[in-house]
Design a protein around this ligand. Structure first.
Ligand code: ZN
Length: 120
């Protein structure tokens, strides 16, 4: 029953809100310079290749930002449900410093490391 309750949860609500806005702004900035660069001087292949490359990097970044946004949304839901700060894997408490640095984090340190170890 001793979950993260007031006044902590209020701080995290704000942290997550700020994080959400931050990520959205970054996403917008990415799509802002997404203007189709066609009908320009396509004869310059080097430039074109560079632009295609940039677009690919932007896309990767956008993907990451969107995944991050989803994490923030999920964290806000957990906060609302009183389950914030609990590892999704083992159900243990996530280190507070970890949460303060990255409020949308989903796993405790041990589980995160296990996940990353599996991933690569
Ligand atoms: Zn865990």
């Amino acid at each position: 029953m001793d979950t993260f309750e007031t006044p902590m949860s209020a701080d995290f609500a704000e942290l997550l809100l700020r994080r959400d806005a931050e990520l959205r702004r970054a996403l917008q900035a990415l799509s802002a310079d997404d203007e189709p660069a066609q009908n320009q001087d396509v004869s310059d292949f080097k430039d074109l290749a560079l632009r295609v490359n940039e677009a690919a990097v932007d896309e990767q970044q956008a993907d990451r930002l969107e995944a991050n946004l989803a994490q923030v949304a999920a964290a806000r839901q957990r906060l609302g449900a009183g389950r914030f700060g609990t590892c999704l894997d083992c159900g243990g408490e996530i280190d507070l410093r970890r949460l303060l640095a990255l409020p949308e984090v989903e796993y405790c340190m041990a589980c995160q490391q296990r996940h990353e170890g599996q991933g690569h």
